[in-house]
Design a binder for this molecule. Structure first.
Ligand code: SF4
Ligand code: SF4
Length: 360
């Protein structure tokens, strides 16, 4: 009983209610001190972009095509330039100095950033990623709906979230319930926001509404991936005929990896001028689904077959990731399904390996 009362008082103490005007004013003030990025309504898609006007924010978006990982692990960046035959100049030129706020991230994208944190710090700390990461404030957003491709509940990566953010916003009845997740979140909220209410009974009512909203979304995510004993399942099915069949479907376009919030592969390109005395080193996103990805010296390619590349992608996400980083490499965001021209679906791949009927 006492424990429950303590939990409620912590919940209330960490909650504020903002009106629509209060939220717009909060974001305007933040924009004066930070680069603020959020899901913005475009002509066809909602895209994470710099906020010019808080009213452009798509509070009820499903998932974006490209995830907010692009602000931490850039699609393209110049790591450094060199001149005079080797003197390094402009190192980290593309790394932001001004702190950035990543606002409106759904729980799956917050969890994906936690996975990237492990990837970029486990063996060697990646200075480019980490500098951006330390300069980033995460303001998460409770989902308002779920797309039929979402399966976050299979991995426990959504739609509920209780850590990994500085602030968490839930839109409810025209107002905004804001929950504090870190000291940094508390500071920006107390400094730049005018709360509509801190009254405990009103806040409790908003938490009740938030729970009801989450239950509706959870019930909507009916399609799941059965992840139990998935490592054993994959070990036993390395030569399953499904992989050869998928080869006929897959276009090897790489879209599934580009949109995935946990894919992190990149290639390094050295551009050197004709005198060989100056140039720059670039880092560019790469994809294990592309033919050239596994090509090594003398033109040998150890994944020249499309079937081998599809298998690599599925096994890395659901099997070897756990050995490398002690975590699964998928957050169930569904982007790889939504944006695959052939609608190749990891849920169906696992169901087929289990010999279960496949929903069409
Ligand atoms: S997006 Fe689809 S077609 Fe393209 S590589 Fe991925 S699985 Fe294959
Ligand atoms: S594998 Fe697909 S569902 Fe899983 S995190 Fe990547 S894009 Fe999302």
């Amino acid at each position: 009983m006492l424990q429950k009362e303590n939990e409620i008082s912590v919940l209330i103490e960490n909650s504020r209610l903002l009106s629509p005007n209060g939220m717009n004013e909060f974001i305007r003030k933040l924009s004066a001190y930070y680069e603020v990025y959020a899901p913005i309504k475009g002509e066809k898609l909602v895209v994470f972009e710099k906020v010019e006007n808080p009213q452009d924010i798509a509070w009820d978006y499903e998932t974006t095509q490209i995830s907010p990982k692009k602000f931490l692990h850039k699609p393209f960046e110049i790591l450094f330039s060199f001149e005079d035959g080797g003197k390094i100049i402009n190192e980290n030129k593309d790394v932001v100095e001004k702190s950035q706020i990543l606002l409106g991230l759904h729980p799956c994208d917050v969890r994906a950033i936690e996975i990237l944190d492990k990837v970029f710090t486990k063996r060697y700390e990646d200075p480019y990623y980490m500098k951006r990461r330390k300069n980033s404030i995460i303001i998460a957003l409770t989902c308002s709906d779920a797309h039929e491709a979402c399966y976050c509940t299979s991995f426990g990566t959504g739609p509920r979230i209780d850590s990994g953010f500085d602030l968490l916003i839930t839109t409810l009845g025209g107002n905004y319930l804001v929950e504090i997740g870190s000291a940094r979140g508390r500071e920006i909220l107390s400094r730049y926001a005018d709360a509509l209410s801190t009254d405990s009974s009103i806040l409790m009512e908003y938490h009740r509404l938030k729970n009801a909203k989450l239950e509706i979304i959870e019930n909507k995510i009916s399609s799941k991936m059965d992840t139990e004993d998935i490592a054993e399942l994959l070990e036993q099915n390395i030569n399953h005929p499904l992989w050869e069949n998928l080869k006929e479907e897959c276009l090897a376009c790489g879209s599934c990896t580009i949109v995935c919030p946990t894919c992190y592969c990149f290639t390094i390109i050295d551009k050197v001028d004709l005198t060989l005395k100056s140039g720059e080193r670039q880092r560019v996103w790469d994809s294990c689904m592309l033919l050239e990805f596994a090509e090594v010296a003398l033109g040998v390619n150890f994944r020249s077959e499309r079937a081998a590349r599809i298998k690599q992608r599925v096994y890395h996400k659901l099997y070897s990731f756990e050995h490398q980083y002690y975590i699964r490499g998928c957050v169930g965001c569904g982007r790889c399904i939504r944006f695959c021209l052939k609608k190749i679906d990891p849920r169906k791949i696992i169901a087929e390996l289990r010999g279960e009927p496949i929903e069409q």
